[in-house]
Design a protein around this ligand. Structure first.
Ligand code: HSE
Length: 332
């Protein structure tokens, strides 16, 4: 039986337990049993049960009281150590400046020989090589599909389906908030109003500066550079220009030439950049709305384009489910 510890019980953590509930038959048919959740912690409290937590009750308690447990903790490492688990699902709020508690939790779990699945971008954008090295040293599986493009399956696509390819570049839209704003500005809506709508849709980061300044897209560029291109770079190596400076005049001028402006992340062996680019109308990267998109240039397969929801409760949880199945397949 696989025992899960979920650190972070906001939208994505709750979405993940909902997804587990929707896949009961799948787990039964594939493994003859269910993965159980033995620990859940939010930012202040923790709940554990070695026999399995009633996750429906945990969600209800979180929604009613704002806390998942009655037991307060001050040290997330001690909270993690308070129950035996196999896989850490790290979905606490991201911190792209320090890696935050997510970095502490992931590092500790890997040090203890646990497998880790995360959608938390900050720790990977800052300490990718250190974490991968630690995972390898301790024989742990470390999967992070949901960190880039949410439900858009780009990392596992490159690692698994395209593993025999030489990938020369990836260009894409990796921030739904900026794409929403830019495509609303195409229709004449002011920047601030479009940003407010993106926040209401739940796409924007807690601090939307990270979206509009291009920092969020840059974390994804770093993760792709390290994981797909085998580079050893961090957030500070990315040349970043956000969309704050994009005026309605610039949008109008682009439209006059049948172009749109999109915030594009570019990764290759020599390039690492996030910047607004002119994209011809009708080109795949001219996509509107909150979707993410990536164009992968592979030497044998040629260009491959994928798009999908870059955020969302159930959508992001789908990436965690895919990583969980990959790990469970190796265990059963
Ligand atoms: N704030 C991000 C976005 C969420 O707008 O795409 C997903 O990382």
């Amino acid at each position: 039986m696989v025992k899960l510890f979920i650190s972070g019980f906001g939208t994505v953590g709750q979405g993940f337990v909902e997804v587990l509930g929707r896949r009961v038959d799948f787990f039964e048919n594939r493994y003859g049993e269910q993965p159980i959740v033995v620990g859940i912690m939010d930012s202040k409290t923790v709940v554990t049960d070695p026999k399995g937590i009633d996750v429906g009750a945990a969600v209800a308690k979180k929604l009613e009281t704002g806390s998942v447990g009655t037991e307060k903790y001050t040290d997330s490492v001690k909270a993690l150590d308070s129950v035996d688990y196999d896989i850490l699902i790290e979905v606490s709020p991201t911190n792209i400046k320090t890696g935050g508690v997510g970095l502490v939790n992931i590092t500790h779990a890997l040090e203890c020989g646990k497998d880790v699945i995360t959608v938390n971008k900050g720790p990977l954008a800052l300490k990718f090589q250190e974490l991968i090295t630690l995972a390898r040293k301790n024989g742990c599986k470390f999967r992070f599909e949901g960190t880039v493009g949410g439900a858009m399956p780009i990392i596992n696509l490159c690692h698994e389906n395209l593993k025999g390819e030489k990938i020369s570049s990836i260009r894409g839209i990796f921030n739904g908030t900026c794409n929403y704003i830019l495509s609303k500005m195409d229709k004449g809506q002011p920047f601030e109003q479009a940003l407010k709508e993106a926040q209401q849709l739940g796409y924007a980061e807690t601090d939307p500066t990270n979206d509009v300044e291009g920092y969020d897209a840059a974390t994804k560029v770093v993760i792709l550079a390290n994981s797909v291109f085998g580079r050893n770079v961090t957030f500070d190596d990315v040349k970043i220009t956000g969309i704050r400076g994009i005026t309605t005049d610039a949008i109008d001028q682009a439209a006059a030439h049948n172009m749109v402006i999109r915030l594009i992340g570019e990764i290759s062996d020599t390039r690492l950049e996030v910047a607004p680019r002119l994209i011809p109308v009708g080109h795949p990267l001219s996509i509107a709305g909150t979707l993410n998109i990536a164009q992968i240039d592979a030497d044998l397969a040629g260009p491959i384009t994928i798009n999908g929801h870059g955020a969302g409760k159930i959508e992001t949880a789908s990436a965690i489910l895919s990583d969980l199945i990959a790990i469970m397949d190796m265990r059963y």
